[in-house]
Design a protein around this ligand. Sequence first.
Ligand SMILES: C[S@@+](CC[C@H](N)C(=O)[O-])C[C@H]1O[C@@H](n2cnc3c(N)ncnc32)[C@H](O)[C@@H]1O
Length: 416
Amino acid sequence: MAGSAARQLALNALQRWRKSREFADSIVQRLILGSEQSRSDRGFAQELFYGVLRNLTLLDFFIGQLRDSAIDDLSRDLLRLGLYQLFELRTPVHAAVFETVELASPHRRSLINGIMRNAVRERDRLRSNAAKTPLHIRESHPEFLVRRWREAFGENCADAICRWNNKPAPIYARINTLRIRPEDFLKNNPTACPISAHPFFVEYEGLPEAAIARGDCYIQDPSTALAVDLLEAQPGEMVLDACAAPGGKTLYLAAITKNTASIVACDRDAARLKLLRQNLSHLGAIQIEVIQHDWLDERYPAAVRPKQFDKILVDAPCTNTGVMRRRVDVRWRLKPADFQQMHGQQLRIVAAVIPLLRPGGMLVYSTCSLECEENEELVKHLAHQVPTLKIQQTRTILPWRDHFDGAFATRFVLTG
Ligand SMILES: C[S@@+](CC[C@H](N)C(=O)[O-])C[C@H]1O[C@@H](n2cnc3c(N)ncnc32)[C@H](O)[C@@H]1O
């Protein structure tokens, strides 16, 4: 039956995710998109895999309602896949049951068959029970995260964030003005839909493979422009992009300065820097020196000197809570201690680059997190620690308010 290969791929991906520390995105790249299966099977497998991860607690709630004794991990993964199709994808009942049973090894088939058939019979009762569960169960998020968001943003926003995170993300692309003018891009790409929030961004229904292959656009959410726009880099300036890989913001910096700024793009991760180099060359960004360096190291890289830069962007590593609809398994990796630990790391990175900024120069600190330890508290802490660093402006994008990925950016000016 159609889709059997996709279901097997999704099951393999789920097992790999459960057994390893590998991120879901990387599993999709290697195991699903890199497989020999047809394009539609790969697409369906990805939808199943991400869908199960988005609905994990809810699916386990259903399993708990359908069976009160213990269940082995593989049977649980099979049932998660089957119940996801039944409850969320609205796959025809026969296909959802038959295909899930087919995936099971012979000695598991009667168990899986019994539970799936029971789920079909009890569908309405299960749905109504699920609707009465607390938010963290019915929207499948760790309870501590929901509690944090409730305390920080209130009940309605916590609810809205969880629902936002469970919706598949739209595809946005930035028009690469180094290669093509926006008006010509729109003429050549009639399926690209301009968005009112930003003149260089468009929305697509599917991946614009030809435009990507030509280097005419780069896939990124409009929220990624926030920090770069706030930096206001000018032609001819010296700019440090301190945490640059894989280069989404470096590319935009090169585009708005029309390749005339001298940009140093730095990152500690060699594999991500390789991707950054490929992206720069593919999209026609030049005058960019790429260096590998860890800002937590005591010594500075030879390629930079004190007070060298007019502008510095620190797009810091963060907990990614603003981009959870794209990074679907981030919620299952986070621990309550991560926010404070991340705060310490972010502070050390910014403190390390400040001596490289010239007096009067500007530094933008940004994250794609929603958490105050990594955002408001961090910039306050920094301004207190370095009195010559003055906060000029802060901008935020909140998914439930602005309908894009979450982003935070503060611009400082160095006064002495
Ligand atoms: C949010 S990502 C950057 C995304 C990038 N600005 C873009 O727009 O494509 C943060 C980056 O910081 C890098 N990073 C983390 N800790 C670092 C450190 N101590 N020194 C240098 N780079 C670091 C990570 O490897 C990661 O690529």
